[in-house]
Design a binder for this molecule. Structure first.
Ligand SMILES: O=C(CO)[C@@H](O)[C@H](O)[C@H](O)[C@H](O)COP(=O)(O)O
Ligand SMILES: [Zn+2]
Length: 189
């Protein structure tokens, strides 16, 4: 009898092993994020569904704690304010829910982290464009071929898989690594 769980474990391990090839991309993104925070700027994160959860997870590692006690670091997930999401979604469009928050909050030197497994979510793409207009940089945690988001990013990690769940699992590992790199580079780990 086949086991869905064992199949998923195999798929997961295969994707995770292939992440080794992305070491330089992860390092580059870690440096971008750490230098953004070191310079007194902030991180804005966004994504849909499971990636919304990833965005708030990463923000909490930074404002709260990851490994060591240290000063809180400036990071905010744009997917957590249900009033903003419903107001902007209702009065403008769902494609604008992150872009309008970016327009309101992003300042030159900040960094938008867009998390999208397809690289094609319109609201994340619009947030990236809004970040550029604000003078912020753009980092992307992506999957598949990176989609249209890849070209919008100063730093991108594109997980080599076509399965949304496996890409999200890999994003969790990358997110924890980025938090570790940030703490290392800021001299707090
Ligand atoms: O968590 C899952 C599937 O594992 C879903 O909630 C998934 O995140 C949603 O379908 C998202 O809308 C997918 O968006 P994206 O990753 O393509 O930007
Ligand atoms: Zn999921």
């Amino acid at each position: 009898m086949t086991s869905l769980f064992l199949d998923n474990v195999d798929q997961h391990l295969d994707v995770i092993r292939r992440l080794s090839a992305l070491d330089a991309d992860v390092q580059r993104m870690g440096i971008l994020l750490a230098d953004t925070l070191q310079a007194g700027h902030k991180l804005l994160l966004c994504g849909n569904g499971g990636s919304a959860a990833d965005a708030q997870h990463m923000a909490s590692e930074l404002t709260g704690r990851f490994i060591k006690d240290r000063r809180p670091l400036a990071a905010i997930a744009l997917s957590t304010d249900s009033s903003a999401l419903t107001c902007i979604g209702n009065d403008y469009s769902f494609d604008e829910v992150f872009a309008r928050q970016v327009e309101a909050l992003a300042r030159p030197g900040d960094c938008l982290i867009g998390i999208t497994t397809s690289g094609r979510s319109a609201n994340v793409l619009r947030a990236a464009a809004a970040a550029r207009r604000a003078g912020a940089t753009v980092a992307g945690l992506l999957g598949r071929d990176g989609g249209a988001m890849r070209a919008e990013c100063d730093a991108a990690v594109v997980v080599p898989s076509d399965v949304t769940a496996r890409i999200q699992e890999a994003h969790s590992l990358v997110i924890h690594t980025l938090c570790g790199l940030i703490e290392q580079r800021l001299g707090v780990a």
